[in-house]
Design a protein. Sequence first.
Length: 264
Amino acid sequence: MKAKKILLMSAMLGVFGTVGAGADAAPVDKSATHFDAETKKLDPEFTKMFDYFSTQEVPSLGKLDNRTRYMSILAALLGCQGVDEFKSVLNVALDNGLKPVEAKEIVYQATAYLGIGRTKPFLTATNEVMKAKKIKLPLEPQGTTTLENRREMGTAKQIELFGEGYQDFWKRGDINYMLAANCFGDYYTRNGLSNKDRELITFCYIAAQGGCEPQLQGHTAANFKQGNDAQFLTNVITEIQPYIGYPRSLNALAVVRQVAEKNK
């Protein structure tokens, strides 16, 4: 039953993966939709309006390639807790270039920023989608650290991303140690996604959940260091706006502008 439901959601969004105006994106397809026939029948005005906005207008403004757009949207949906929409988008993303290992890493890393209480339903949803697509699970291991060296490797990753000021960051308290060992040692050191990818999805997690603007500033600066510049992050915010709303989008945009101005 779950597999049939997942395939139905894929049919609902069937051409969602063809929209976008980035260098690697296909032309906009006007038949793309987020809604099933019943919802369109009951709410014709709203569904037509939202479909046009989210699948035609926004991608033409955001100008991201498909892979980047899907990664950003999936991470944002984790951040704002949109598990039903996450499942639908993931279904199509896996048919349009996103690798299973990349999808899993997006969910795994989110746990450091959202907590297992909020990410566990997404892990279940991801497994349901992948099983319905006959993707062999579990996937190949991606970890690169051990219990003995995870803190050391996590500190090295923090220095790589944020600078030498993080050399002794882990000594400042339990949470600081946990950030080095767990967040960066357990997650950021994994294979499957690059530093650039991981900073992008972290930006989306934080922007989408709202109320974490100080952390968003730090990860905006880290994105800049990885080559995800202010214009790129502005395009990302444009792409995820239909999923997270205007208040959080405007807050994220303000942070990007502040950090960009500070870095001049």
